[in-house]
Design a protein around this ligand. Structure first.
Ligand code: NI
Length: 156
């Protein structure tokens, strides 16, 4: 999927409700179901919250500084930390709050602001428009991953 600024805003707006519909009714057994080579659904939800917290800085630093460097982190190592074993509700709340903020922020941007850039260690210079497109695809990719993990349950 190719995202424009407007379709990215729409994607980011819809995501918390979509995720809630997908995982809101799951049992602990569903959330902790292991498909080898994938994170559990519980880990994916906590990962989404951490990843989208870092998105705040990938949107805002380029809007307020010239060519800032984007922070990176070891997401698999994060996924082994104790808070990834928590109930998912706190991360669902984080995502709902973050995405409301994204929509308000991104809806306000001028063409010049969409073009402002930050620098990612692996991907090089990225305009804010591409950051929004990447987080929109991030939503898509993890929805697909959650569906894949859930489909592999013995009862599914
Ligand atoms: Ni991810």
């Amino acid at each position: 999927m190719t995202y424009t600024p407007q379709t990215a805003i729409d994607r980011l707006r819809a995501f918390p409700d979509e995720l809630e519909a997908l995982v809101g009714g799951l049992t602990d057994a569903d959330l902790d179901h292991v498909l080898p080579g994938e994170w559990t659904v519980r880990q994916i939800v906590h990962h989404l919250a951490d990843s989208h917290m870092s998105a705040v800085f990938r949107f805002k630093l380029p809007l307020t500084e010239d060519s800032p460097r984007f922070m990176t982190y070891d997401q698999d190592a994060f996924a082994d930390l104790a808070d990834y074993r928590m109930p998912i509700a706190p991360s669902m709340d984080i995502l709902r709050g973050l995405h409301a903020r994204f929509v308000a922020l991104l809806s306000s941007l001028t063409e010049e602001q969409w073009a402002r850039q930050g620098v990612h260690a692996e991907w090089g210079p990225l305009p804010v428009s591409e950051v929004a497109a990447r987080y929109s695809r991030h939503c898509d990719n993890h929805v697909e991953q959650i569906n894949r993990v859930l489909a592999s349950r013995p009862s599914a």
